[in-house]
Design a protein around this ligand. Structure first.
Ligand SMILES: NC(=O)c1ccc[n+]([C@@H]2O[C@H](COP(=O)([O-])OP(=O)(O)OC[C@H]3O[C@@H](n4cnc5c(N)ncnc54)[C@H](OP(=O)(O)O)[C@@H]3O)[C@@H](O)[C@H]2O)c1
Length: 225
């Protein structure tokens, strides 16, 4: 059993999620940031890859005070649990994400000294030999009570999750811009899928300056819930 997994990501019209510098780029409008905040507040946990932590240094907190208070009234923590996928335990101790409950998922490649260093800040769990075994991690999260898992990128983690049939639902906000650059990260990087992964388009909505696409991933045979 694993949680329901939904991806939220913002992209330019040419599918880029940043530019060649890989630094955080403002793609979303105000209306979209508010939507993302509501989505975050609805999640039990939020997951990102180490590439995103190193590039953007995100907090991954719910920004709106009312949404945080609503979570507390429902008996939840103020912010969802944060999960960092980080095979070699490269995360810096002073990363902004270390605020509230955090799990750093590493693989057997992680050095003991790095695990010890990060264990002071977060719970470190080991899944997989080389890369983090995502399926095992999701099963662990389910056992820990996570039912709704929000993935916020980046493109490398998204690619692995999609390949393993571990994403159910996708929200893509397309900002009215073209970023370009063959080395700019995209919504889904890594190797191409053959055959392509099919999705159902559930809705297309004009939101602020851009477009919000809501998709359902088809043929997720691996999902056992
Ligand atoms: N526009 C948006 O909404 C948005 C959102 C998020 C990020 N971004 C952008 O995306 C870029 C970062 O994306 P990214 O692709 O470089 O990094 P990423 O997807 O955040 O992290 C990928 C890293 O996770 C680690 N990992 C461990 N196990 C893995 C597994 N099984 N599958 C995949 N990855 C695994 C790998 O590093 P190790 O081998 O070292 O563990 C891998 O390189 C930045 O430019 C950021 O600004 C944009």
């Amino acid at each position: 059993m694993r949680p329901w997994v939904f991806l939220n990501i913002s992209a330019s019209l040419d599918g880029k999620i940043s530019n060649e510098t890989r630094k955080q780029l403002r793609i979303s409008c105000k209306e979209d940031l508010e939507r993302v905040d509501r989505l975050r507040a609805s999640a039990d946990a939020i997951m990102v890859g180490i590439g995103t932590v190193l590039a953007d240094n995100p907090k991954l907190n719910v920004k709106n005070k009312d949404l945080r208070e609503k979570r507390l009234c429902e008996g939840k923590s103020e912010n969802p649990l944060k999960i960092i996928v980080d095979s070699k335990c490269r995360i810096p101790e002073n990363a902004e994400v270390f605020d509230g409950e955090v799990i750093v998922a590493v693989s057997k490649l992680a050095k003991k000294e790095d695990i010890d260093r990060i264990s002071k800040k977060a719970r470190v769990v080991v899944f997989g030999e080389d890369k983090v075994d995502l399926k095992a991690l999701l099963e662990f999260l389910y056992e820990r009570g996570v039912r709704r898992l929000m993935v916020e990128g980046g493109g490398t983690l998204v690619s692995s999750l999609l390949k393993e049939g571990l994403i159910d639902e996708i929200f893509i906000y397309y900002g009215p811009m073209i970023i370009g650059g063959s080395n700019s990260p995209t919504i889904c990087d890594g190797r191409s899928f053959s055959p392509p992964i099919k999705v159902d388009i559930l809705s297309i909505q004009r939101l602020g300056e851009g477009i919000l696409l809501h998709l359902k991933v088809l043929s997720n045979d691996h999902r056992s819930e």
